[in-house]
Design a protein around this ligand. Structure first.
Ligand SMILES: [Zn+2]
Length: 315
């Protein structure tokens, strides 16, 4: 390739980065460090910035706040995708900096943050100390299922999904740019947490997400880099279906440990996950996340064996 052609390729790539992906130009992001890296996004609205989620810790919140303040625009609203500790632990930083900005969440998220029914925040507080408050800031604006939000002059469509990655999930869609904020329904090249034991609900939610926002141009995941929506959703579906398929044979009566997964079976499942999904950092700082994931999927598959399962989850 001669120099002129090379320059043309470079120039068109630069232009594609600016003009071809309009959503990115209007979306800022801060990602905490691995392991357990999690994203907070901010998008430009007529009246200021709208934040998506609140990070895990107060120190990460403060680091993100510096980038947000550097834009010179105030935060005028915060929207929360789900109540896992790594998405709400740092909310206090943003709430204290912008106390009048409403914090939107669905009913299940709001109730979970308020009551901590599974002790997740207490546990995270125990692990991380004061950097993760024992009681995160409770969202103060309740979202009805499927409601449209006017956030700082910006119209956001929402969709609520049932138990999957968490007990609930809300996706936020910005129709004027095609930006879709999917929380942890979709990660990008990360090892997800399957601890809730709802991979089937999660697979169903992925199909619903794709059907609900077919015009989405760019998907912003809770963990990992943004990307093309269909590709990211397909990759997430592939991961979940693969784990289920790898675990399923170990739960049959005829397998070496019967319905229990033996240490050997567990090792071979993890080896296969390592082979297929190298360089997929964990979304949590638990060193034994994959072992816990396998146990959760075992429990789910055994429960499913006695009931009809939706098409999205069948082998
Ligand atoms: Zn999550």
């Amino acid at each position: 390739m001669n120099m002129r052609a090379l320059l043309a390729v470079v120039a068109s790539a630069v232009l594609a980065g600016c003009a071809g992906q309009p959503a990115d130009a209007a979306v800022g992001v801060f990602s905490s460090d691995n392991p357990g890296s999690v994203n907070v996004y901010w998008m430009t609205a007529p009246e200021g910035l709208v934040l998506v989620d609140g990070l895990r810790t107060l120190s990460d919140g403060r680091r993100a706040l510096a980038g947000i303040q550097a834009t010179g625009r105030p935060v005028v609203a915060i929207v929360v995708t789900h109540p896992h500790p790594d998405h709400v632990g740092g909310l206090a930083v943003f709430h204290h900096a912008y106390p009048t900005a409403p914090i939107y969440a669905d009913a299940v998220t709001t109730q979970t943050v308020r009551d901590d029914p599974l002790g997740f925040y207490a546990l995270t507080h125990q692990q991380l100390g004061d950097d993760h408050p024992a009681r995160p800031v409770v969202p103060d604006h309740l979202l009805a299922p499927g409601a449209t939000v006017d956030a700082g002059g910006l119209r956001l469509e929402t969709a609520e999904f049932g138990a999957g990655e968490d007990v609930t999930a809300v996706a936020y869609y910005r129709p004027d740019t095609g930006a879709l904020f999917a929380g942890d329904l979709v990660g990008n090249r990360v090892t997800p947490a399957l601890l809730e034991g709802h991979t089937c609900g999660w697979l169903t939610g992925l199909d619903q997400l794709r059907a609900r926002f077919p015009a989405a141009k760019r998907l912003y995941p809770g963990h990992g880099a943004p990307g093309e929506p269909a590709a990211l959703i397909d990759a997430q579906r592939d991961y979940l279906r693969t784990v289920r398929a790898l675990v399923r044979p170990s739960t049959t009566d005829a397998s070496p440990g019967g319905r229990e997964v033996t240490p050997d079976e567990q090792r071979s499942i993890i080896a296969e996950l390592d082979r297929r999904y190298a360089d997929h950092p964990s979304v949590a700082s638990l060193p034994d996340l994959r072992q816990r994931n396998i146990q959760a999927v075992v429990g789910e598959l055994l429960a499913e064996s006695s009931a009809p399962v939706p098409a999205a989850c069948r082998p």
